[in-house]
Design a protein around this ligand. Structure first.
Ligand SMILES: [Zn+2]
Ligand SMILES: [Zn+2]
Length: 488
């Protein structure tokens, strides 16, 4: 029934490169074969019938014969290879059938993708049996092209060309897939026009949000713009949306992701590099010197820091706290990493943060990124005397004495602060943050946070890498403050 139509359809398209004919089944002499003569003869006839049907363009009949042959002798490379060629040719015919024919003669249940899929399975089996045959690469590449998997097809073609660099069918296939990939002439795919670009960053929309006024922007671009104004950047309509309540347009996102996968992947990694800058990169909040081992609250209202906080919250929740060094007028050489432990977005776009300072770092260089600073840092630690030495024991003893002193100091400070709720809360918080004496560096930093120090003194404490020196300073500050209290 299909033979007529198949015969009239063009079978000389480029993607059928190298698939002009099928192989004849080898005629084995009696006794050589592992199967009985009758069975072998039956098999031989089936393949010959299939080949005849194929050569006369009765492709469905050919497939049927090869499948029956495959039942008699499963896994034979000649049978599978022939069936694969028939599948591909038939799939190609179905794909290129003019609409008038398909309306006149509907073929239920037959579609090019199914045949391409079956062809691919056969091609892979043939390939595993005939590892050094270029033909199996030609089969697989043709099946992949029929499936419109041009990138995969090209990989197969290149592998095949390693076996035979002069294979004409492979070279022709290579040319046709390359033009398909470059020209994006894949039928059914929308052209990459600027319709899919964000009007704010002029790049492919990433995580698009469509506003009630019907305009689409990248989620991050829209909220960056809304940090300054609550109007649609395109038509100026007032928008009542926030990053928390707004969802990404799933359909639009899927269309973009499916049709422009490479560009989408690029946009994704771009976005991820902003939210997770890496271990040695730290976005900076330029405000004050922070010492490790502190807990405090921040109110973020500046547009550039709102953007920074949104990105940090999508990533590792960490940023650096740093001050402008009054001695140099530029960003200080040392900063402290803080972790956002609680982030409350306020309806007007501000953020209320609770943070804990973790570890200090040395700033190697810093640069502007969308209005805020990002720094390349190296993590710095105190240098301890080696374990087991007298110096190390001295340090540990000094820590233990300092810890005992700190406990008494805090008890006395609490008595003095009696009735002063704010001061008492501060002291209780500091007491709760007291680190183990087994971590000398952390402990020494904590000790220095018990008294209020000037920014320049705190910066100096960050620079010091001698734990004993920091302990000495901390104890000195505490004694001075206690004396000040008593004098009052
Ligand atoms: Zn954008
Ligand atoms: Zn609009």
């Amino acid at each position: 029934m299909l033979s007529e139509a198949a015969a009239t359809s063009s079978t000389s398209t480029l993607s059928l490169e190298g698939l002009d004919d099928v192989e004849d089944f080898p005629w084995e002499n009696e006794g050589e074969s592992s199967m009985s003569w009758e069975r072998y003869s039956h098999l031989y006839d089936l393949v010959q019938m299939g080949n005849k049907a194929f050569r006369e363009n009765r492709l469905d009949e050919a497939i049927n014969c090869y499948s029956r042959a495959n039942n008699v002798k499963p896994g034979d490379p000649v049978i599978l290879s022939n069936r694969c060629v028939a599948y591909i040719k038939f799939g190609e015919y179905l794909k290129n059938r003019p609409p008038s024919v398909s309306e006149y003669r509907p073929l239920s249940g037959l579609d090019p993708t199914t045949h391409a899929g079956l062809a691919l399975k056969d091609a892979e089996k043939v390939m595993s049996m005939r590892t050094n045959s270029v033909t199996s690469y030609i089969l697989k590449a043709n099946a992949l092209i029929l499936l419109e998997k041009y990138d995969l097809a090209r990989d197969v073609i290149y592998s095949g060309l390693q076996i035979d660099p002069l294979s004409n069918p492979l070279l022709n296939l290579e040319r046709s897939t390359t033009s398909n990939i470059n020209g994006r002439r894949n039928p059914g795919k929308p052209l990459r026009t600027d319709d899919f670009d964000c009007t704010l960053c002029l790049k492919l929309l990433y995580e698009p949000i469509t506003t009630p006024c019907g305009h689409s922007f990248c989620r991050s671009c829209l909220f960056q713009s809304m940090d300054r104004s609550n109007r649609c950047p395109l038509c100026r309509t007032v928008l009542f949306i926030s990053p928390r309540t707004c969802t990404i347009s799933v359909t639009l996102n899927n269309i973009i992701q499916k049709n422009f996968p490479e560009e989408y992947a690029e946009r994704k990694s771009e976005h991820e590099s902003l939210t997770n800058p890496g271990v040695d990169l730290l976005p900076l909040f330029v405000m004050d010197v922070t010492l490790p081992c502190q807990k405090f609250q921040l109110n973020i209202f500046e547009p550039r820091y709102r953007l920074m906080v949104r990105r940090i919250m999508e990533g590792n929740r960490r940023m650096g706290m740093v001050i402008i060094d009054s001695a140099t007028g530029s960003i200080a050489d040392y900063a402290c990493e803080v972790e956002i432990t609680d982030c409350e977005p306020l309806p007007d776009g501000r953020f209320f943060l609770e943070v804990e300072s973790r570890r200090r770092c040395h700033i190697l260089r810093n640069w502007d990124q969308d209005g805020y600073r990002v720094a390349e840092v190296e993590w710095v630690q105190d240098i301890y005397p080696p374990e087991g030495t007298r110096e190390r024991n001295d340090l540990q003893e000094m820590i233990n004495r300092a810890a005992a002193y700190a406990r008494q100091w805090m008890r006395r400070a609490q008595e003095v602060a009696h009735g002063d709720r704010i001061r008492l809360a501060e002291l209780f918080k500091a007491e709760g943050m007291m680190p183990s004496t087994q971590d000398p560096e952390r402990f020494s930093f904590w000790l220095t946070t018990l008294t209020n120090r000037r920014p320049s003194e705190r910066l100096e404490l960050l620079r010091i890498r001698d734990t004993q020196e920091r302990l000495r300073r901390g104890l000195l500050y505490m004694k001075a403050e206690e004396q000040g209290c008593r004098l009052q």
